[in-house]
Every structure is written in structure tokens, then in C-alpha cells.
Design a protein around this ligand. Structure first.
Ligand code: C5P
Length: 241
């Protein structure tokens, strides 16, 4: 199934993951300004620097994917999503295993804060099964299903809750596109340009393969951030698409 994101330029569908300290994050932001649209802030950068990191990147003109993976009771997650939205996050994440009520609460918090601050409602994404989890790991926590089946079950719950989409590996993207339909966000890390270092990623796809499988956006970190010339690395990937 084709996604309805096909007509958006590739450079606006590449999210650069800033898994680094604040000085390096600002240095990368300066180098990518005017080129990249999206930057991803994860727990390490956020917990060290707080909402200021989001404001600073927004001021430089980026959209910010705030990847804090909420998982708590619905009331708390509603508040977290509202706070993240108020900070200016354009995309945020939660664990789908928190359940439909929790995901609905996140959506409600995001919509409420967006109205309050006059912002666009952020993209709300569910994490299904962490790619660090194996089938054995699932069994240990009492889930007796193949990983792919559990991913499908949880994606259905995200759909029922009415959030924007999911984070998934490129290998899962095609099946998830069938489950979630053409308009869902399917954001895939584990992407490596042809011929680049895999780092600690084991199952990787190229950017073109991830988009062909149905990804709406791809997350790329080290192939850009650890390149001698991050701007050129970003441009090479965008041009490859
Ligand atoms: O440097 P690299 O391209 O591997 O960075 C990928 C980014 O995507 C990192 O921020 C990582 O935390 C995130 N991620 C991932 N695999 C997942 C989920 C998130 O690599 N399954």
C-alpha cells in the first residue's frame, strides 16, 4: 500500500537523531540548518538539558521529534503529552503497551495543549515491541507470541486509540502500512545508506528500501552525525532518494 506521504520531499521525511551532548547538538543543528527539517531529541539529551533544548532547536527553525516514550497511568501521560506539546514538540512517543486508554489520554493532552498554545497538534507515535526484545524476551514477560504478531496486535491498539502512527523497524513497515492505512505515520530507525557503517544496528535497510516498504519518515543518526561533514552526508542521503 502506498503512503500518502509520497509527495512530501524526501529531505522533509528524514529525521536526524541527536544522540549526543548539548554542545555537539548545537554544532550539528548549525550545520544542518536550512537543510534538515526534523531533529530527534531522545532521553539522554532531554534529561540533561530539559525543555530548553527543544526551545533552542525550534528557534533555529527545526521541527523537533521528542522521543521520551511515555508509559504511565493515563492521567500522568495526558499531562506529559500536554507538557511536551507546550514545550514545542512536533512529534512525541509513547509505549503502546500502556494500553488504549493511556494512548487516548496522550492524544487528548496533546490536542488540549496545542489549542492552548496555538500550536499544530503534534504527531503522536506508539512504540510497539522494542527492537532490542527477542521472542524469548517476550516469553519471559509472559507474552507467548512471535515478535511480528505482537507488533501487529499493538499496532491495532494504536489505531483504535486514534494516535498518529507508530515507530517500527523498516522490516515491519509494509505489514504495518496494511494494518494502519495510507495516512498513518510509520517512522523507522535502523536505516543505513548503502555502504555505510552499521554500528550496533543489526537488521538495517537503506533509506530507499524503508520508504518503499511504507515508512512515512526515517530516523538516521550516526551516518550523519558522526560524518566528517554532516551537512554533506544529509544531502547525499536526500539526493539518493
Ligand atoms: O545512529 P543511528 O542511526 O543508529 O540512530 C538511530 C536512532 O533511532 C537512535 O536515536 C536510536 O535510539 C533510535 N532507535 C533505534 N532503534 C529502535 C528504536 C529507536 O535505533 N528500534
Amino acid at each position: 500500500m502506498l503512503s500518502s506521504f509520497e509527495s512530501i520531499p524526501a529531505r522533509e521525511r528524514i529525521i536526524v537523531a541527536l544522540d549526543c551532548g548539548i554542545d555537539e547538538a548545537f554544532d550539528l543543528a548549525d550545520k544542518l540548518q536550512g537543510k534538515a527539517t526534523w531533529l530527534k531529541v531522545g532521553m539522554t539529551l532531554f534529561y540533561a538539558n530539559g525543555p530548553a533544548i527543544v526551545y533552542a532547536l525550534k528557534e533555529r527553525g527545526f521541527k523537533v521529534f521528542l522521543d521520551l516514550k511515555f508509559h504511565d497511568i493515563p492521567h500522568q501521560v495526558e499531562g506529559a503529552a500536554a507538557s511536551a506539546t507546550g514545550n514545542g514538540a512536533d512529534m512525541l512517543t509513547m509505549h503502546t503497551v500502556g494500553g488504549v486508554d493511556m494512548m487516548r489520554a496522550a492524544q487528548k493532552g496533546a490536542v488540549r495543549a496545542a489549542e492552548e498554545y496555538g500550536f499544530d497538534v503534534p504527531v503522536t507515535l506508539g512504540i510497539t515491541v522494542l527492537t532490542s526484545m527477542s521472542e524469548e524476551g517476550l516469553r519471559e514477560i509472559g507474552v507467548n507470541r512471535a515478535v511480528a504478531d505482537q507488533v501487529a496486535v499493538l499496532a491495532e491498539q494504536a489505531k483504535v486509540a486514534g494516535i498518529s502512527g507508530v515507530v517500527a523497524s523498516p522490516q515491519e513497515a509494509a505489514e504495518l502500512r496494511e494494518i494502519l492505512g495510507p495516512d498513518a505515520y510509520i517512522v523507522t530507525p535502523g536505516v543505513r545508506p548503502a555502504g555505510s557503517e552499521k554500528g550496533d544496528q543489526s537488521r538495517v535497510s537503506t533509506p530507499a528500501e524503508a520508504f518503499a516498504a511504507g515508512a512515512s519518515h526515517i530516523v538516521i543518526g550516526r551516518p550523519i552525525t558522526q560524518s566528517a561533514d554532516p551537512a554533506a552526508a544529509f544531502e547525499r542521503i536526500a539526493a539518493e532518494l
